[in-house]
Design a protein around this ligand. Structure first.
Ligand SMILES: [Zn+2]
Length: 321
């Protein structure tokens, strides 16, 4: 059975209560971050929906249905994930799903479809899904998890029930990480690097931690935009841009004296940024946010040009002071 972290326990209870009272909607959009345990929650709800003999509010793990689900061969369950180089969910996957929901359940229980990262559906796939959402078949549930709701088509959103999953407090995250056997210092540092997402933090490897701080050094050490541009181009842009944003935000918070100590940004970086006027830092922040948005939307980008621009803006910002 999947373990649900305690910050998601109420969300879980609400969903299964709705199910027990026949009030659970047919299409559910679970909005939350994988790094906060959203997948574990969705998986537990699916296990409950498929189990034929739940015990005390959880799937029994022993009935035939639970066993088929655990072995990945339940005929009434389908999981759809983004595929291919572009990591999209295409219409073929949705057609497969349409087929499953139109059939009678083979195990005489519920039929459940789980769409992981529903925001990755392309337009055709989303349109094909509308029919399924509009014409629910009995005992059928469609669970879609999304990291970013704004990227889900409004037509899909309006036909589904939004379930906004709770996020952990830092104390909850630290307690949970301690249960996984990590000491407090590492836990704080890893959480900080992983934007306070505990499931990400426990997966963070030593190499990834080193790479995180190496990126800082590269940004501080490169004095010419061509060399820095080359470096930026060699990196995974969304990861790098999120980190750059983290430096800027930490520096801006520090000025207001509102930020707690951050272990994800070195004092060298903070010292460097502290002398840059806030207005310039805000302009740079806006620019990075817009770049990040373009990268995430996979707009038609010239990555090399973009990398040079990012480098030039950075060098320029530091040079003006
Ligand atoms: Zn069971």
């Amino acid at each position: 059975m999947t373990q649900i972290p305690n910050w998601l326990a109420d969300d879980y209870q609400n969903l299964i209560q709705q199910y027990d009272q026949n009030k659970l909607p047919h299409g559910l959009l679970m909005v939350g971050h994988e790094g906060n345990g959203s997948r574990e929650l969705t998986t537990s709800v699916i296990q409950y929906l498929m189990c034929t003999a739940p015990v005390a509010g959880f799937a029994c793990s022993e009935c035939k249905s639970c066993q088929l689900l655990a072995s990945g061969s339940h005929p009434d369950f389908l999981k759809v994930i983004p595929e291919g180089k572009s990591l999209t969910i295409k219409v073929d996957a949705i057609r497969q799903l349409t087929h499953l929901v139109s059939e009678t359940a083979q195990q005489a229980g519920n039929k459940v479809v789980y769409i992981q990262n529903a925001e990755k559906m392309n337009l055709n796939a989303a349109n094909a899904l509308l029919k399924v959402l509009e014409e629910p078949t009995p005992n059928t549930f469609l669970l879609m998890d999304v990291d970013e709701l704004s990227r889900v088509l409004p037509t899909v959103r309006s036909r589904s029930r939004l379930v906004r999953l709770s996020t952990p407090s830092q104390a909850q995250s630290l307690a949970w990480i301690a249960e996984q056997g990590l000491d407090e210092d590492s836990a704080l540092r890893k959480l900080s690097i992983c934007f306070d997402q505990p499931y990400e933090a426990i997966k963070l490897t030593t190499e990834a931690e080193q790479a995180w701080f190496e990126r800082e050094k590269s940004f501080l050490n490169h004095q010419h935009f061509t060399a820095l541009g080359k470096y930026v181009f060699s990196q995974e842009l969304p990861v790098l841009l999120e980190q750059v944003l983290c430096w800027v935000d930490t520096s801006l918070r520090q000025r207001q004296d509102a930020g707690k100590p951050q272990q994800s940004v070195s004092s060298a970086m903070l010292a460097e940024l502290s002398v840059i006027p806030a207005v310039l830092l805000f302009q740079f922040r806006d620019y990075i946010v817009s770049m990040l948005k373009s990268v995430k939307n996979q707009a038609n980008l010239n990555a090399q040009l973009m990398s040079e621009q990012i480098a030039a803006r950075w060098i320029n910002m530091r040079g003006i002071i």
